[in-house]
Design a protein around this ligand. Structure first.
Ligand SMILES: [Fe+2]
Length: 188
């Protein structure tokens, strides 16, 4: 039997997990080691999904299912995403190179629209083969920075399709919170 764990295998496993587990914590706990196994194989996605975008970081939808979706994200040197939330569970696995991820804790109670007080809870250096997890609403705010001089390739898995979905982007210094939505993917 082959030891290769393919994207198709991962999708099959995640389909079973998301249909049998209801809580975000249980889904992520069951799926994290599987995504880690997948991203430890550099060739787990096609080369065409490892290309930088024309004007920003690259995003490609790899699989849409009713209860989850799998995409690839490619950060060029200097590319970043300022602090933002996700409003769903999520996992980010690094296939190539590394990414600096800053995690935040929200200190206010969210009752003041347009404002948010965040404090840094961790600054991580996520290397190839590693998986970082998001659980909404208490642990799903992060900032991503490619501080290296090479492209970073990741697989992202979310419980919702983030394209056109309103969520929040934060200016940590001014304590402003603004609604934004991710644009379309580069391939669809
Ligand atoms: Fe994110």
């Amino acid at each position: 039997m082959s030891n290769v764990y393919t994207l198709k295998d991962f999708i099959t496993d995640l389909d079973r997990i998301t249909r049998t587990e209801a809580s975000q914590e249980k889904i992520v706990a069951a799926a994290k080691p599987l995504l880690a196994r997948l991203v430890q194989q550099r060739d787990c996605i096609e080369e065409k999904y490892k290309k930088r975008g024309a004007t920003a970081y690259g995003r490609y939808m790899l699989h849409r299912a009713p209860l989850f979706n799998v995409s690839s994200v490619v950060w060029g040197p200097g590319d970043n995403a300022k602090a933002h939330n996700h409003d769903t569970w999520g996992m980010v696995g690094v296939i190539e190179n590394e990414i600096q991820e800053t995690r935040f804790r929200r200190k206010d109670d969210g009752t003041n629209p347009g404002q948010a007080e965040l404090e840094v809870s961790a600054v991580l250096k996520n290397k190839a083969g590693m998986v970082s997890c998001l659980i909404s609403p208490n642990d799903d705010i992060h900032e991503m920075n490619n501080v290296s001089d090479r492209d970073t390739v990741e697989i992202h898995v979310y419980g919702k399709d983030l394209t056109d979905m309103p969520r929040l982007r934060f200016d940590v210094a001014t304590k402003a919170a603004k609604t934004f939505a991710s644009a379309k993917y580069d391939n669809c």
